[in-house]
Design a protein around this ligand. Sequence first.
Ligand SMILES: Nc1ncnc2c1ncn2[C@@H]1O[C@H](COP(=O)(O)OP(=O)(O)O)[C@@H](O)[C@H]1O
Ligand SMILES: [Mg+2]
Length: 217
Amino acid sequence: MSPLIEIRNARKKFMGTPVLDGITLSIEAGERIAMLGPNGAGKTTLVRSMLGFYHLDEGEIRVMGKDPIRDRVEVLRHIGFIPQLPPPVKLSLDELLMYIERSTGTPKGAVIAQAERMALDVKQHASKPFFKLSGGMKQKLLIAIALARRSRLFVFDEPTASLDPKARELFYRLLSDLDYDYSAIYITHRLEELEGLINRKIYMELGKVVEDEPIAT
Ligand SMILES: Nc1ncnc2c1ncn2[C@@H]1O[C@H](COP(=O)(O)OP(=O)(O)O)[C@@H](O)[C@H]1O
Ligand SMILES: [Mg+2]
């Protein structure tokens, strides 16, 4: 079987500066990865390239055997992605959840139930535009959407950065409670929070993978 994600010699420059400097990685189904490294290391650029947001200058990425740019819809169908910065969505929460239900088949009620477990009352804010929520509330809703979709692969880009300690705890509890086999990539600066949730650790620096090792679970 082909790996979940295959990256071969990925290179990308932004304004002349290498941001991905020849990355080769293979990720198998069932792997749950902490991706670490200083700001500017290229972590966000790497995961966004896996999701078809960016063209590489050189090299190749395959996600479930597919090209994330050419087969973007198919690739994104299986991935629950939480971006580092919430998108500026103008839809109200109600409209957003309707849209998600129509486009992904994830029932609105399932998202509302997950949000409740993140201590976010969607119904109370149903007519509010998404972009007017606080940073933490946006993050909670994005988490609820991703988890409600029961994706095969989660990609979380610093998911707890804007969450208070209580919400962080709830988030990790929801992850531990997931009752199926999923794969995950967590970009984080807080490795200690991921204890028990990961089985591999990848450290990036200046666009390169400088450390890659398994973690006993
Ligand atoms: N869309 C972009 N346009 C120009 N430069 C970018 C863009 N995205 C990222 N960069 C630059 O690429 C480098 C790596 O960024 P990023 O992938 O966000 O790193 P990390 O997520 O590890 O902090 C940084 O120097 C950043 O300024
Ligand atoms: Mg980043």
